[in-house]
Write a protein that binds this ligand. Structure first.
Ligand code: NAP
Ligand code: MG
Length: 488
C-alpha cells in the first residue's frame, strides 16, 4: 500500500497540479470606497495593500476609510432609506435582491478565484461552498421581501433603518451575504465594513450592486482596519449594528453601544465539541472530524476544535484520523486538489504557532502531518493534541486554525459536562448509531447549532448563532429576519 504521506508530497502516486486559471480576473490596481452608488477616494487619501497569503504578492490597494468617510457613507444610507428604500414595496425590493443573486451566479467563477487569492482558502471550497451559498442567501431573502407579513403573522412589520455591519475574513463574501441579504429584503439600508485582509470580494459585490441597478446609497462599503469598524460603531445615526468576529471585539462594541437605542446582534467565537460514541460509524466520524477542523484551515467559528472520543474506541479513532490526515494536501489554494490552503495572514499564522507552542508547554502531545508546505506564504500543517486537560488553554481558547484537542470520556454525562465546560456555545457535533443519544446530546449541549452524524452543513433557511460568549441573535431562516424588522 502507498504510504499516504507521500501523496501530498507529489510522489508518483500524487496528483498532477490542477491550478484554476486566473486569466479572467481583472482586478483594479486601486479601489476606492463605495458610497452612494459610486467608487470614491477616501478623505485622507490613504490606501493599504491587500495581499495573497499563499505567496505574499500584493493584489491591490484599497482605500482606508476614516471618520469623515464613515459619516458620508452613513448619510448616504440614511438618505436612501428615507427617500427610496423604506417606501419601496417588498415586491419591488425583492426584485433587486433576486437580481443580485443572479449576478453572483453569473460571476461565480471570478468571485471564487478572487476569494481564494485574497483569503487563501482552497478553490474547491470557495467554488463549491462560499459562492453558491452566497447566491443562495440572496435568493432565499428575495423570497421573503414581499412575504414579511407571513413571517410574523398578525404583526405590522417595518424596517429598522440604517444598519452598520462588520464582518471577519474567514468567509468574506458569504458574510456579506449573511448580513446584507436580510437587511435589504426587510427594507433597511447598509454601511458594511469588511476585514482588512479580505476586502476584494466585498468590492466586487459593490460592483454587482451597481450592475443590479440597486438605488444609490442602499448599500455602502467602507474598507479599512479595526479603526474604521470602531468609527462605524460610534456613528450616532445607526439604528442597528451587526457584528461577526472575535468575542473580544464583540464585547468592546457592546460597551460602546451601551445606553444607546441601537439594536445589536453579535456572532462571536466558538470552541465546538465533537462527541464520538463507540457505536458510531467510525470512518464516517473521522471524515466529519477532518471536515470540522481542517476545512478552511480551521478558520471557522463553528469549527469542531475539541474532540471527545469514547475511551473504548480511542486508539482506533486516532489511528484512522492520523492515516486520513496524512492524505490531506496542503498548498496552492488555486489548485483544485488542495484540501488545506494558506493561513489568512501572518498575524493569524503567528497566533496559531503560539498556541502550538503553548500546548506543548502545557504538557500536551502534538501530532502534525508530514506534508511539505510552500516556502513563501503562511502555512500550518494539520495538527492535533492528545493528553490534554480541561484547564489547558488549547482546550479553553479559540485557536482559529487547523488544531484539534482530543480527550476521552466514559459516560454520556461526562462527555456533556466536558463539552459544556468552555465560555463558548456556538456549535457541536455528535456521532452515534443511536437516535436516543443524539437527542440527549443535542439537549445537553448548550450551543446554537448541533450536527448529528455530519458537520459544518449550512443552509440559508436554517438559523445560525450562539449562546454564552458566542454572542446573540440569529442569522438565516425566519429567525434571522427578526433583527432587521420592527414589529408592532
Ligand atoms: P476581529 O478581530 O474581531 O475582527 C472582525 C471584524 O471587526 C473585522 O472587520 C475587524 O477589522 C473589525 N474590528 C476590529 N477591531 C474593531 C473595533 N474595535 N471596532 C469595530 N470593529 C473592529 O475578528 P477576526 O480575528 O478578524 O475574526 C475571527 C473571529 O471571528 C473568531 O473569533 C471567530 O470565531 C469569529 N467568527 C464568528 C462567526 C460567527 O458567526 N459566530 C463567524 C466568523 C468568524 P480588521 O479585520 O480589519 O481588523
Ligand atoms: Mg488578502
Amino acid at each position: 500500500m502507498t504510504d499516504p504521506s507521500t501523496i501530498s508530497k507529489g510522489s508518483d502516486w500524487g496528483y498532477a497540479p490542477a491550478p484554476e486559471s486566473t486569466d479572467h480576473i481583472r482586478l483594479k490596481s486601486r479601489y476606492g470606497l463605495f458610497i452612494e452608488g459610486k467608487f470614491t477616494p477616501p478623505a485622507s487619501g490613504k490606501y493599504f495593500q491587500t495581499i495573497n497569503p499563499a505567496n505574499e504578492k500584493v493584489l491591490a490597494e484599497v482605500a482606508e476609510a476614516g471618520e469623515k468617510d464613515v459619516d458620508r457613507a452613513v448619510q448616504a444610507a440614511r438618505k436612501a432609506y428615507d427617500k427610496v428604500w423604506r417606501k419601496m414595496s417588498g415586491r419591488e425590493r425583492g426584485k433587486y435582491v433576486y437580481r443580485i443573486a443572479r449576478i453572483i451566479q453569473e460571476r461565480a467563477r471570478e468571485l471564487a478565484v478572487v476569494e481564494s487569492m485574497d483569503g487563501g482558502k482552497p478553490i474547491r471550497e470557495s467554488r463549491d461552498i462560499d459562492i453558491p451559498l452566497s447566491a443562495a442567501h440572496f435568493f432565499y431573502h428575495a423570497g421573503w421581501a414581499d412575504k414579511l407579513a407571513y413571517a410574523f403573522p398578525g404583526r405590522k412589520v417595518s424596517p429598522v433603518g440604517v444598519a452598520g455591519q462588520i464582518i471577519p475574513w474567514n468567509f468574506p463574501l458569504l458574510m456579506v451575504a449573511w448580513k446584507v441579504a436580510p437587511a435589504l429584503a426587510c427594507g433597511n439600508t447598509v454601511v458594511l465594513k469588511p476585514a482588512e485582509t479580505t476586502p476584494l470580494t466585498a468590492l466586487l459585490f459593490a460592483e454587482i450592486c451597481q450592475e443590479a441597478g440597486l438605488p444609490d446609497g442602499v448599500f455602502n462599503l467602507v474598507t479599512g482596519a479595526g479603526a474604521t469598524g470602531a468609527a462605524l460603531v460610534k456613528h450616532p445615526d445607526l439604528d442597528k449594528v451587526a457584528f461577526t468576529g472575535s468575542t473580544e471585539v464583540g464585547k468592546a462594541i457592546q460597551k460602546s453601544l451601551a445606553a444607546r437605542g441601537t439594536k445589536l446582534t453579535l456572532e462571536l467565537g466558538g470552541k465546538a465539541a465533537h462527541i464520538i460514541f463507540e457505536d458510531a460509524t467510525l470512518d464516517q466520524a473521522v471524515e466529519g472530524i477532518v471536515n470540522g477542523i481542517y476545512f478552511n484551515q480551521g478558520h471557522v467559528c463553528c469549527a469542531g476544535s475539541r474532540l471527545f472520543v469514547q475511551e473504548s474506541v480511542e486508539e482506533e479513532v486516532i489511528a484512522k484520523l492520523k492515516a486520513r490526515m496524512e492524505t490531506l494536501i496542503v498548498g496552492d489554494p488555486l489548485d483544485k486538489n488542495t484540501d488545506i490552503g494558506a493561513i489568512n495572514s501572518r498575524a493569524q499564522c503567528d497566533r496559531i504557532n503560539d498556541y502550538l507552542r503553548i500546548g506543548v508547554e502545557e504538557g500536551a502531545e502534538l501530532f502534525q502531518t508530514r506534508c511539505t508546505v510552500p516556502g513563501k506564504g503562511f502555512w500550518v500543517r494539520p495538527s492535533f493534541f492528545t493528553k490534554v486537560a480541561q484547564s489547558h488553554r488549547i482546550v479553553q481558547e479559540e485557536i482559529f486554525g487547523p488544531v484539534l484537542a482530543i480527550q476521552t470520556f466514559r459516560t454520556l454525562n461526562e462527555a456533556l459536562e466536558k463539552a459544556n465546560n468552555t465560555p463558548y456555545g456556538l456549535s457541536g457535533g455528535v456521532w452515534t448509531d443511536k437516535g436516543s443519544k443524539i437527542f440527549k446530546v443535542t439537549r445537553g449541549i448548550r450551543a446554537g447549532v448541533i450536527w448529528a452524524n455530519t458537520f459544518n452543513k449550512f443552509d440559508p433557511t436554517s438559523p445560525f448563532g450562539g449562546y454564552k460568549e458566542s454572542g446573540y441573535g440569529r442569522e438565516g431562516g425566519r429567525h434571522g429576519l427578526k433583527p432587521y424588522v420592527e414589529l408592532s
